[in-house]
Write a protein that binds this ligand. Sequence first.
Ligand code: APR
Length: 318
Amino acid sequence: MRKKVTIAGAGQTGATLAHWLALRGDVDIVLFDIVDGLPQGKALDLLEAMPVIGSDAKIVGTNSWEATKDSDIVVITSGLPRKPGMSRDDLLKVNAGIVRDVTRAAVAQSPNSILILLTNPLDAMCHIALHESGFPAERVFGQAGILDTARFSSFLAAELGASVADVNAYVLGGHGDDMVPLIGSTNVGGIPVSKLIPAARLEEIVVRARKGGAEIVNLLKTGSAFYAPSAAIAQMIDAVINDRKRILPCAVYTGDNAGGYGVSDLYLGLPARLGAKGVEEIFHIDLTESENSDLQKSAGSVKELVDALKTFDPPMLP
Ligand code: APR
């Protein structure tokens, strides 16, 4: 039977994800939003493209949670972008409230689903979804690392005039300016990247990857990136519905120090095996001393947000 994927939030990332999935045509798609007509209009437009594409994808747009019933996967993109004058805490509070409400409504219809988060600040939003759903952590995870890695990889490929297919890179940590590109584990066609690009130039590329989200926001001015983030989610969905056992960097729950990075009880970008059950295993990569200290710093930034959620009135997390 075809799998059912609900996308909560029919904005830029949600609708573009529906587009990637419809091109593949292997799942039924429900596009949900609170704005009347928005998901219906986008879903209908996309459905009408399918005869041209030659895909039998089913796409439905709705403002009703009932239509999402028995979804296998629910992707949460609902949220507000940061607006001028909004503090980071303001955004955290608003999006935490949206993710809380969406999670409750989604899991009431689809109690056996897998939740994939995209709303920012991503790692903190995963904590909200985990708490509100009551799901085991292997069924609640977030997209960030594939995007961060893809940005880093695309810059390396452009720098070297290489094919993106030959760049093997990894970016771990939280989805923020202190994410951790692993230079020591990055190679192009098997050649360590440090042998191909001088250290100073490599550092510039690392900085650009870390600020990749802001670079797009500054160019677009009216929103944030959506093609690459949604492509990354489409890859995660493929790994789950086809039980591919892909090892991908995802925002995953460390619980009792899963992966052995010395980080507990926190969502963080780490290499994880994704299959039919969701996150099936979190893997350890040997880090250099500086990579490890960067990872700990990044974890500290995520923890600050999680702690802030606990201090809100009323608290968003216990
Ligand atoms: N329930 C469902 N949808 C909601 C809700 C809600 N409670 N509140 C807001 N939305 C919808 C909005 O109506 C909008 O259509 O979420 C959608 C968000 O779309 P965009 O504003 O276009 O934002 P987008 O670029 O898709 O980014 C969404 O993903 O990458 C992150 O930082 C980004 O947090 C942001 C999220």
